[in-house]
Write a protein that binds this ligand. Sequence first.
Ligand code: HEC
Length: 150
Amino acid sequence: MARRPGLRRVVLVGGGVVVAAFLAIQLVPYGWSHPNPPVVRDAPWPDEESAAIARTSCYDCHSNETDWPAYSYVAPMSWLVRSDVEEGRDELNLSDWDADADEADDAAEEVEEGSMPPSQYTRIHRDARLTDDERATLVAALEQMAGDDG
Ligand code: HEC
């Protein structure tokens, strides 16, 4: 008659499977590289304040000056960060203004609505949260840049 495995054994085997799976996903290459290509032309922020707000709240995903956090080297977080940065740069790259100036209007809208920066990001990066004043400053700057460049 087969004996039911003891709890100790279940925990050991279960724990081993979790550790093995964690190690195995580290072998997936996606997320290994953390590219910061050269800045082509930085967005022409009208003043220091709006530039500083954007650098804190947008540049990790929307520029070539991403500050890759330690957890971005560990799967599965590395996959999420990599895909956010890839998609973010694709939509709006503040380091390549000549290519993306026409996005300024859209960016002002996203910020005004509160869709950007994304809440899953500001939950971890609390300094990237926008106060009402910061939001207004950033929206005004983006609108001005849309008028100048777009
Ligand atoms: C955590 C990364 C992250 C941060 C920080 C972030 N974004 Fe985004 N942004 C994304 C991703 C990913 C997309 C594409 C998917 C989407 O639209 O949600 C995006 C899309 C956009 C788009 C295009 C939206 C559309 O659908 O047309 C604009 C404009 C934008 N972001 C502006 C900003 C601005 C301005 C900030 C700073 C206030 C900011 N984002 C902060 C990740 C980010």
